[in-house]
Design a protein around this ligand. Structure first.
Ligand code: ADP
Ligand code: MG
Length: 685
């Protein structure tokens, strides 16, 4: 920044607090809004609420006391008059604002007691020699610039723009792309955005929809797309063990199942097996709605690695889920003579060390299940060839990258299979997960009846309790989900305890269990297992049961304060029922009054059971940034682009990335440095 005229060390320091280190950074600090100072508006045609330049002669100036001391100046231009009101003013100002002086003012006109007025206008004498009457372009207003005045920023951006026009800021987008897309050059775009010409369409500009702004958004999205593509290529360029087993173990598992996999499960599995057979690491995301049977696909894939003599690690987002996967895998794989280890937080001391030693030794422990603790220091795998990550929405780009570094020590990198129940639309998936291949399980196992969803005011709690009583009497089981309170473990637990106590006394004939995040792992697992064995009729739970928990006999779910939860979470929760043959119901209790957004959300839940549809509607309601979550993608740090507003650019950006890689590889590095910087989470540049 110090290369700009008038920028010394102290200003440079203040700018750097705004993230502006270079002239280029300054150019990408875009205005929030604009003021039109390009023409003088006749006072007679000025409307209340309008921000405008006016010019006129001072007719009257007086200091009055109306609650506070203030200076009132009456300005007239022949078309009308206007009052300028100053609450703070110096003696010098008072001196200057004399009858007969001609003023050039800018401010927002408002209706006041004396007709139209402007409080504290910017003004200068219009009859001075140096008075430049109006501006040549719209005046930019920059975002939050503590310690630096807007005027100073305007001077600096003007200097920076002059440099940009003299090609100090290179355009890394090839003409081929710009012409094909009908986008302006970088310098034209920057000049337009910082200094729009008089008459520019302000609404389009404020909406971020002007071609100049779209050009910058396009470039930024392209940089992100390229960075993920490079990360992908980088990971794929490492060697991995090709796992082309003969599927003997898989055949044994299939033979032992009471059902056969759905067509969609088979398709996803084939895609996975094909990847596993290659000598470069798989990076595949399997998207499948809640209950679509992702676990079985994972287990069959795992057997390929095991049969080839390697280890598999399965990572779950919570201890509860890790324990449940452990049970499932043991049930399926123990009969095949395969031990399944659980590396849980509960395992301590000698027992833990023994397990760790066995894992490090290799193939004696072919399958290890745990939470992210699996990948902490001190856990060493002897022959790890496949990592399976369940419920991916809790793991992001950084974690995927960290896993890659958990290689075998002999230079081979494990294959990665990532499973998620949070489906997202295809174009968005291709942007957010440009480093992954995607398989979709778009079919539920047969015999499921869709869950019926009803939305009820909390005041009808008694009816709901009666319904639970009836269901339990018929031998069915139910969940009662208490909301997470303000991220506070303590309150969360208290609320669950209180609800539990209330339901115990309301349902004297039912056996009511309680599970929440505060329970130690063993206790939690004990309660869940008891619920699964039908030793409880009703399970009061916090959202710890959100993901993955599988109890097919449970066919009724009540969710309290459903209006506070997001759609993805509600859909996950609802997926805990409808797993057996019985018709299931999900009751969403809300506390009035409902916000517009909450009402729309509950309507979505009532109208569809399809996870893709839910996520499509979620995207409409909240926008992609919120839907994807911060952890999942670097896309939230976008400076110019907005995933909702610019989502139509995504397919074009994906195509452009191919063009860049094929024909303009040298431009990629500088483009990434411009937009992404040197954060090491991205691919080597
Ligand atoms: P999710 O995809 O949500 O992880 P799960 O893997 O937990 O789903 O499977 C849900 C339930 O469906 C489990 O009880 C599982 O055993 C069962 N299941 C899986 N595949 C099939 C199938 N092809 N036919 C019938 N039931 C299946
Ligand atoms: Mg699951």
């Amino acid at each position: 920044m110090t290369t700009l005229k008038g920028v010394g060390d102290s200003l440079a320091q203040r700018l750097s607090k705004l993230g502006v280190e270079t002239v280029q950074d300054l150019l990408f600090l875009l205005p929030l809004r604009y003021e039109d100072r390009t023409c003088v508006v006749p006072i007679g045609s000025l409307r209340s609420g309008e921000r405008a330049v006016v010019e006129g002669d001072v007719q009257l100036a007086e200091v009055v006391f109306r609650r506070r001391r203030q200076l009132l100046v009456r300005l007239a231009d022949g078309s009308g008059f206007l009052t300028l009101r100053f609450f703070y003013f110096t003696a010098q100002q008072q001196q200057q604002l004399q009858r007969g002086v001609r003023l050039h003012c800018y401010g927002e006109a408002r209706r006041g007691t004396l007709g139209l007025e402007i409080v504290h206008p910017e003004y200068r004498r219009a009859d001075s020699a140096d008075a430049q009457r109006t501006e040549d372009s719209l005046t930019p207003v920059y975002p939050m610039t503590e310690g630096i005045q807007q005027g100073r920023l305007r001077i600096l951006t003007a200097l920076a723009l002059a440099q940009a026009e003299s090609h100090a800021v290179r355009d890394w987008l090839p003409t081929e792309l710009l012409e094909g897309e009908g986008l302006p050059s970088l310098s034209d775009a920057l000049v337009y955005v910082h200094r729009p010409p008089p008459g520019a369409d302000l609404e389009t500009l404020i909406g971020g929809l002007h071609p100049a702004q779209r050009r910058l958004a396009y470039e930024e999205l392209l940089a992100h797309q390229l960075s993920l593509r490079l990360l992908r290529d980088e990971i794929r360029s490492d060697p991995a063990w090709p796992l082309d087993a003969s599927q003997t173990l898989a055949a044994q598992l299939r033979a032992s199942l009471p059902f056969s996999p759905t067509g969609a499960q088979e398709r996803a599995l084939q895609e996975v097996l094909l990847d596993l057979g290659k000598p470069s690491p798989m990076l595949r995301l399997v998207q499948g709605d809640v209950g679509s049977g992702k676990t079985l696909v994972a287990a069959l894939a795992a057997l390929s690695a095991v049969e080839a003599g390697f280890q598999v690690a399965l990572m779950a987002p919570t201890e509860l889920l890790a324990e449940q996967h452990h049970q499932n895998f043991e049930r399926w794989l123990k009969p095949l003579g395969l031990p399944v280890a659980l590396l849980s937080g509960r395992l301590t001391g000698r027992a833990r060390q023994t397990t760790l030693d066995a894992i490090a030794a290799g193939a004696e422990v072919p399958i290890v299940i745990g939470t992210h603790a699996l990948f902490q220091e001190g856990v060493r795998f002897g022959r790890l060839a496949l990592v399976i990550i369940d419920e991916q929405h809790r793991f992001g780009v950084e974690q995927r990258r960290a896993l890659r570094d958990k290689g075998l020590g002999d230079g081979r990198v494990p294959h990665q299979l990532i499973m998620t129940a949070t489906p997202i639309p295809r174009t968005l998936a291709m942007t957010a997960y440009a480093d992954l291949d995607v398989s979709v399980i778009d079919e539920l196992p047969p015999g499921r009846t869709p869950v019926k969803t009803v939305v009820l005011a909390e005041t009808r709690r008694d009816e709901v309790v009666a319904r639970i009583e009836a269901a339990c009497r018929e031998g069915r089981q139910a969940y009662w989900v208490c909301p997470l309170i303000e991220e506070s473990d303590e309150l969360d637990y208290q609320a669950a305890e209180a609800t539990h106590a209330a339901l115990v006394s309301a349902l004297p004939n039912a056996r009511v269990g309680l599970v929440h995040g505060r329970l130690p792992g063993a206790k939690k697992q004990g309660v869940m297992a008891a619920f699964k064995r039908h030793e409880f009729d009703l399970l009061v739970a916090t959202t710890v049961i959100e993901v993955g928990v599988d109890v097919p006999n449970a066919s009724l779910m009540v969710i309290e304060n459903a209006e506070r939860m997001g759609l993805a979470q509600l859909h996950q929760l609802r997926g805990r029922v409808g797993r057996g043959a019985a018709e299931s119901t999900c009751v969403l209790l809300y506390r009035a009054p409902l916000s517009q957004l909450a009402r729309s959300r509950l309507d979505v839940m009532r109208s569809t059971n399809d996870g893709f549809e839910v996520s499509r509607r979620d995207l409409e309601l909240r926008g992609p940034g919120e839907v994807l979550g911060t952890r999942q993608t670097g896309l939230l740090q976008l400076k110019v682009a907005d995933l909702s507003r610019d989502s139509d650019l995504l397919p074009r950006v994906q195509a452009a990335a191919e063009v860049m890689i094929a024909r303009h590889p040298d431009n990629i590095g500088p483009l990434l440095r411009r937009w992404i910087g040197t954060r090491d989470r991205y691919g080597r540049v």
